[in-house]
Write a protein of this length. Structure first.
Length: 134
């Protein structure tokens, strides 16, 4: 299977999502020390500064959305579907999800919501392309 632009976008956002845990864990280490941070996690509301809690929630959201996006991109790749629309949609998805993480962590609700919806819209290009080819 060839590395399409869509698969490259998937690899990019998967890598970014994999690294999104770093800020909130580093903040926890700064606040509680390395060994304190290695203990069992306290309830989310009880740990860290507000931005770090939002970072953790943004990471959780990124993981949930990545599962859907990955399934769609991989289905399209296996079916040999790669169109200008899916290429742009995959790139928009990456940008939207990165912006969502930053906006969520920074506590910017309007930008967070628009970037989330942009990512959802970009991901929906894939089932449209898949079902059109069926």
């Amino acid at each position: 299977m060839k590395l399409t632009p869509e698969l490259l976008s998937l690899a990019q956002i998967a890598t970014a999502t994999q690294l999104m845990w770093l800020p909130h864990v580093l903040e926890r280490m700064m606040a509680q020390g390395v060994f304190g941070a290695m203990g069992n996690a306290a309830p989310l509301a009880a740990v860290g500064r507000a931005w770090a809690r939002r970072s953790r929630l943004a990471h959780d959201n990124a993981i949930a959305n990545l599962a859907v996006f990955a399934a769609l991109v991989l289905t399209a790749a296996v079916a040999g579907i790669s169109t200008p629309a899916t290429v742009v949609a995959a790139q928009v998805y990456v940008g939207a999800r990165l912006l969502h993480y930053v906006a969520y962590t920074a506590g910017i609700p309007g930008v967070r919501t628009v970037s989330f919806l942009t990512g959802v819209g970009a991901a929906l290009v894939f089932p449209a392309a898949i079902f059109a080819a069926a």
